[in-house]
Design a protein around this ligand. Sequence first.
Ligand SMILES: Nc1nc2c(ncn2[C@@H]2O[C@H](COP(=O)(O)OP(=O)(O)O)[C@@H](O)[C@H]2O)c(=O)[nH]1
Ligand SMILES: [Mg+2]
Length: 279
Amino acid sequence: MNENNTNINWYPGHMAKAKREIEEKLKLVDIVYELIDARVPYSSKNPMIDDVLKNKPRLIIMTKCDMADEKENKKWEAYYNKKGLSVILVDSIDGYNVKKIVPLSKEILKEKIERDRLRGLKPRPIRSMIIGIPNVGKSTLLNKLVGKKVALVGNKPGVTKAQQWVRLNKDLDLLDTPGVLWPKFDEKKVAINLALSGAIRDEVLPIEEIGNYLLDYLKKYYKDDLAKAYGIDVSLDNYEICDEIMKKRGNIKSTDECFNLIIQDFRNCRIANITLDRL
Ligand SMILES: Nc1nc2c(ncn2[C@@H]2O[C@H](COP(=O)(O)OP(=O)(O)O)[C@@H](O)[C@H]2O)c(=O)[nH]1
Ligand SMILES: [Mg+2]
């Protein structure tokens, strides 16, 4: 249950392979859990996912909702709902909403379940899988869903490649390895958001660029929180702000260190609960 692709670079070859692997697994499941990070609900969503999933029933799970801006959570949830997609916000650490995932899955699949029943098919557990970009919280959610009562179901007959399933309850089996989606960052803004959220390595972009972007964003949307967090005048330019912070904090000795501090504070939710994608 542990795949760690956060440090790899994604080349077209990797993407093609990841796509193929997901398509293979897709045939085995009734429903897909597409994980996106509530702090970056646009940037963490692979835009090619619709091509890969086609008409496969899907539940969008917005992870880390505890770290994101509550108002924005609601807006994004409404936005995806309006597009006809089912969405749920979760905190996979404390478990908020995690128990709703199975009943919601049954609801999404209720027509299919009813069709199968009318055709006289024996009822069987729903099969599902988790997919998402690196660091979105796939393993954490899987572990939370499974809890302590890990029950490996074993291979299903007719499945060529060995697949382990975990029985969550009598109604739902989950593939025990999540599908890793490649992050997509053609847009600069998306690349920066993915670096800030931890989906891609910081070193992919210069710290100065990420830092300036974050500061500008905070000045625009989280001005009061920013002023309060550092005790600074946020009408100053970014480099003046860094100078102010350096004066206040002896351990911060350069602008890069200052940008790094703000980035770490963002990641640890020390400034506020922040959402970096706006509708
Ligand atoms: N606060 C919070 N942290 C989370 C949540 N889900 C995952 N994380 C954290 O995000 C990081 C990446 O999670 P992980 O499950 O390893 O991501 P994966 O690469 O998609 O499997 C870890 O530090 C988790 O503790 C969540 O819902 N809330
Ligand atoms: Mg993982």
